[in-house]
Design a protein around this ligand. Structure first.
Ligand SMILES: [Zn+2]
Ligand SMILES: [Zn+2]
Length: 126
């Protein structure tokens, strides 16, 4: 069955391929060298066992980045420390880095002067 890989993860074949794949690599996102896993890009219909173990299109992430990716977050390309949720698939910065840009400064100042404005805007927009 597609998308059901519980058995795949138990196989020796997978464990060896995964170990080989992450050997000597760092997390593509944060650069961590610990708790690495091969990350499979999301695919419609999921993976069959053989597609999964072929590691086609995979890249290395640490378990933390892998978890955040699953939740739809991306790592900030500037600090590689914080995560953000992309809007319409656009690459962006985390709030901390965004607030340091000239435009971000203005936005930050605005929100500091108008606390609660962010919430109200959201409600009007639907
Ligand atoms: Zn990472
Ligand atoms: Zn950042």
């Amino acid at each position: 069955m597609r998308g059901c890989l519980n058995d795949t993860w138990q196989t020796q074949e997978w464990k060896e391929k995964a170990a080989e794949f992450i050997k000597g690599k760092n997390c593509e996102w944060c650069g961590s060298t610990e708790n690495l896993v091969p990350h499979h890009p999301k695919r419609k219909g999921g993976y069959t066992h053989s597609e999964y173990v072929s590691l086609d299109g995979c890249f290395v992430l640490c378990t933390k980045c892998n978890f955040m990716e699953d939740l739809g977050f991306r790592i900030c390309p500037n600090c590689k420390k914080h995560y953000y949720k992309p809007k319409r698939g656009k690459e962006s910065l985390c709030w901390e880095c965004f607030a340091k840009t000239p435009f971000g400064q203005k936005v930050k100042e605005y929100y500091e002067k108008h606390p609660g404005e962010r919430k109200r805007n959201r409600r009007i927009k639907h």
